[in-house]
Design a protein around this ligand. Sequence first.
Ligand SMILES: *[C@@H]1O[C@H](CO)[C@@H](O)[C@H](O)[C@H]1NC(C)=O
Ligand SMILES: *[C@@H]1O[C@H](CO)[C@@H](O)[C@H](O)[C@H]1NC(C)=O
Ligand SMILES: *[C@@H]1O[C@H](CO)[C@@H](O)[C@H](O)[C@H]1NC(C)=O
Ligand SMILES: *[C@@H]1O[C@H](CO)[C@@H](O)[C@H](O)[C@H]1NC(C)=O
Ligand SMILES: [Ca+2]
Length: 344
Amino acid sequence: MLSKTLAAGTWLCIFIVAFASHPVQPQKPPKHKMPAELKAASCCKEVKELKAQVANLSSMLSELGKKQESDWVSVVMQVMELESTSKRMESRLTDAESKFSEMNSQIDIMQLQAAQTVTQTSADAIYDCSSLYQKNYHISGVYKLPPNDFLGSPEMEVFCDMKTSGGGWTIIQRRKSGLVSFYQDWKQYKQGFGSIRGDFWLGNENIHRLTRQPTRLRVEMEDWEGNLRYAEYSHFVLSNELNSYRLFLGNYSGNVGNDALLYHNNTAFSTKDKDNDNCLDKCALLRKGGYWYNCCTDSNLNGVYYRLGEHKEHLDGITWYGWHGANYSLKRVEMKIRPEGFKP
Ligand SMILES: *[C@@H]1O[C@H](CO)[C@@H](O)[C@H](O)[C@H]1NC(C)=O
Ligand SMILES: *[C@@H]1O[C@H](CO)[C@@H](O)[C@H](O)[C@H]1NC(C)=O
Ligand SMILES: *[C@@H]1O[C@H](CO)[C@@H](O)[C@H](O)[C@H]1NC(C)=O
Ligand SMILES: *[C@@H]1O[C@H](CO)[C@@H](O)[C@H](O)[C@H]1NC(C)=O
Ligand SMILES: [Ca+2]
């Protein structure tokens, strides 16, 4: 009876640490194959070895998972121990990875699966990357958030940035490869689309839910010359669907020079099939995205991804007027959020 209650009150948090978070750079001409086969062999051997160890860890973790009902406290302790082992392995892997990039070869994605059981109380609730961070998950990557009864949220996959400016960021949007079209309809923007390790929109419903507590927004941008800029906003709110996922923003801070989201403050979300903008035109059609179009843009972070060479001629690109103007489509963008009161 007791163990049944425990089982019902427990859930499994599977997290996958991905090292494949480097931006894809399709414009880069392929380098010459290096003749250093000796070097390659030693690298591959090391990676193979690491992989075997990870597989071993994974199987040990799944064994521990089976024991969880009878003995969950000690399981948690052991899992935490294994996690610290995995962190040590991460730094070794980083070494191996840099050797590989020398040869313009790519290291395979390593996956580490950890099972952890906890009792579900409101104090324990994990509903975003900041609560994972507080539970000592400090590695950036993909995490699976459990369903949350208190917030009424389903299970959700998120990408956590645990490094930038103290970490704890849940990424809500990423543009880096151009492989996913952001010219999507209302339903797609509502539920989210794309691939969590690549280009994606987390979904207006999810973002709305995550901003029901005071939330900070951070926008990171990279241009085609490799310059990096960011903009941060306090009091970021996405209202509910009834209010057309209207955007609210507090004060700007950052180093991108010009606040190009303020123009979109207090503005409803529009898509190609839902014109909620403040214009006679249909901005979503003109700018080919889903966004808080006013009349129409000072920024168009969900615009069309243009590659190097084509990135300077279009008004519907991924723009931030205050930095490169209306015709310059950026190379990389990430939008991420965390609770206002977050302390690393
Ligand atoms: C897996 O780990 C156990 C315990 O540390 C160890 O005894 C065993 O040799 C390992 N197996 C492999 C294949 O590394
Ligand atoms: C954004 O709009 C809201 C509602 O009109 C307003 O209260 C808030 O001050 C605005 N934010 C900024 C930074 O002006
Ligand atoms: C924004 O800045 C203004 C002027 O500096 C300040 O009065 C206001 O309190 C700030 N608002 C927030 C939400 O921090
Ligand atoms: C942007 O492109 C439009 C149309 O192609 C052109 O009229 C405008 O002058 C361009 N603006 C800048 C700043 O290059
Ligand atoms: Ca309109």
